[in-house]
Design a protein around this ligand. Structure first.
Ligand code: ATP
Ligand code: MG
Length: 444
């Protein structure tokens, strides 16, 4: 290391260079494709570094799941260099360079963007201006800058380390290495301002704290509860993606607990947050059981579907609404369907739920009415239902969470032991099949 890395805030802007041998990042753990991208960019006269989660994970001794590259080349310049690339994003333009199944994400260095009042911003001919909403949210962030500026506009210090493949050094402008050693998630810059720019950073803070088992640094944690409402302004489709990254990547239960601790659940799952605030612990228990089961399956590399999680997280609301409809005189099945409709509609205002998942969620719920019927020829039909397995797993969770269902789970466990498994299609979403090409259209 060639610079002092004391952690007072004045040191934040100071560059620490970790020489080869004084850090654990080694080429042999880096994807060849990422190295290829970096090498072509540098040979063409640009700067290019490996950055973000990959460097963080290599420091922690974990194998990175993907590789991000930062460069001073513009997205167009990157695209021109790689035939196998696409410019994506509007709010934040980046380039995807594809090598078979692997995608290397290349971002152009972002610059600072003043206060957003338009007057203090220096004109920057190389990128478009940043566009903000009234609350300070960055609606578009394509202001380009240099390496140091890029480091300072990343989210957390541990995500702002750069590996230079030319001389094998790691560059640290934000005391990220110190925070990695101290197991701290520290937001870069003024926490409130950074959360206002992009409220999703609040969810990312919770996710990294849970996944890495790190603590949230005091100032990083302080504004979370107060600012959680800002997430209401984030597009529902982006929040759905964040929910998947938070709850479906192996540390879902722990992430859920951190989100609950900082009151970040309400913008994601409004009905669940209401029930968690008022019931006797059932909603939380059911959610945590479903999340732990998903985490376990991911650990065993078994398939998982968000439908199962959404079925659990929204179930308390379905039960609540179903009761109201039944009190109004509706029979149980239409009451459940009406309740399902309401619960899914409210949820899709918060996070979208693609139809391929919501239909499975409805099936799992509907089967909760059919599983308790244990006589007649409908029993075998229930058993043959393509969502039987998910619905059965779900009823076991309900019992574990405290629902008294007169031993129905056990009854179905025994039924399966004495009856051959019917041929049914999987409860998991099938890999998307290529649509047969329509020759007529192609030739037109
Ligand atoms: P993961 O292991 O989940 O991929 P990651 O840190 O690589 O973690 P990405 O979402 O792939 O996360 O983002 C890559 C990098 O881009 C981050 O490490 C961070 O430096 C930066 N980044 C991502 N999202 C934001 C954001 N909302 N605000 C600021 N910087 C961000
Ligand atoms: Mg990444």
């Amino acid at each position: 290391m060639s610079a002092d890395s004391s952690s007072d805030s004045a040191a934040q802007d100071r560059l620490c260079v970790y020489e080869r041998g004084s850090h654990p990042v080694s080429r042999k753990h880096i994807s060849d494709n990422a190295l290829k991208v970096i090498s072509r960019l540098t040979r063409s006269g640009h700067e290019a570094y490996l950055v973000g989660g990959a460097i963080r994970d290599l420091f922690l001794g974990n194998q990175p799941k993907d590789f991000d590259v930062a460069t001073n080349a513009t997205p167009e310049q990157v695209h021109d260099l790689f035939r196998n690339s696409r410019i994506i994003g509007r709010r934040f333009r980046i380039v995807h360079v594809r090598f078979g199944r692997e995608i290397i994400e290349v971002t152009t260095f972002r610059g600072g963007h003043g206060t957003g009042d338009g007057e203090s911003e220096t004109p920057r001919p190389r990128g478009q201006a940043a566009v903000r909403s009234d609350s300070g949210m960055l609606l578009r962030d394509n202001v380009y800058g240099n390496l140091e500026e890029d480091a300072l506009r990343r989210d957390f210090s541990i995500n702002a380390l750069y590996y230079d493949a030319r001389d094998f050094t790691v560059l640290d402008y934000t005391d990220g290495v110190t925070d990695l050693n101290d197991h701290l998630i520290r937001i870069i810059g003024d926490p409130e301002e950074r959360y206002r720019e992009d409220p999703v950073r609040m969810l990312r803070a919770a996710r990294f704290a849970a996944r890495l088992n790190f603590s949230l640094e005091e100032h990083t944690a302080a504004p979370l509860v107060q600012l959680s409402d800002l997430l209401d302004d984030v597009p529902a489709a982006r929040l759905f993606d964040e929910v998947l990254k938070s709850l479906m990547t192996g540390s879902g239960k722990d992430t859920f607990d951190v989100l609950a601790e900082y009151q970040l659940l309400a913008p994601l799952f409004p009905s669940l947050a209401r029930h968690m605030a008022t019931d006797n612990g059932y909603a939380r228990k059911l959610s945590e059981l479903a999340l732990s089961s998903t985490d376990r399956r991911i650990g065993q590399e078994k398939p998982v579907t968000p439908a199962f999680l959404f079925a659990a997280l929204l179930w308390p609301e379905v039960v609540h609404k179903q009761k109201i409809y039944e009190q109004d005189g509706m029979p149980p099945t239409p009451a459940l369907n009406a309740a399902a409709q309401d619960a899914l509609a409210e949820q899709s205002d918060a996070t979208t739920i693609p139809r391929r998942f919501s239909t499975v969620v409805r099936d799992i719920w509907e089967l909760q009415l059919r599983l308790p019927r244990r006589s007649g020829k409908r029993v075998q039909q229930t058993f043959e239902h393509r969502r039987f397995r998910a619905a059965y797993d779900f009823i076991l969770l309900r019992e574990e969470a405290g629902d008294n269902l007169d031993g129905v789970g056990q009854w179905w466990t025994e039924y399966q032991e004495t009856h051959p498994a019917p041929v049914r299609t999987s409860t998991e979403p099938q890999p998307r099949r290529r649509r047969p090409r329509n020759r007529k259209h192609r030739n037109q």
